[in-house]
Design a protein around this ligand. Sequence first.
Ligand code: ATP
Length: 135
Amino acid sequence: MAEKSFRLEIISPDRIFYTNDVTMVEYNTVDGEVGVYAEHIPMTQIIAPGRLTITEENGQKTAALLSGFVEITPEKVTILAEAVEWPQNIDVARARRARQRAQQILEQETDERETALAEAALARALVRLDTAEIK
Ligand code: ATP
């Protein structure tokens, strides 16, 4: 029997990034990696940078999901993404520059806030480079 499907909607600041019926969606949250199937109990989550994997009936799609929120209901999952990119749209040179900038800051910086910002920027850059590789 086919796996039960649910509606996945991914909204980015400037467009509907993705909308379709899917059987599973996986992503990273501040509480760790999750995989969501149909009929999940309602909840909201805060995204942490990671790879987004969408399982459709006929295959999988991957994207880099950097920040945002998720709202889960039994029939629908809505991802309000502040930044989300398909592998082919990732600017690898920009991500490498962001990685280098963050690493330089982390080597020198002692300020807690600056360090935290650089760590977050480094995490985003590494996810982008990781996701771009699989295109
Ligand atoms: P940068 O320092 O290069 O701006 P960032 O991690 O601070 O990177 P974000 O704040 O996560 O950038 O994203 C801002 C916007 O730029 C979003 O629309 C995001 O999709 C886009 N963006 C950032 N980096 C890249 C990249 N390497 N390739 C494609 N789009 C990117």
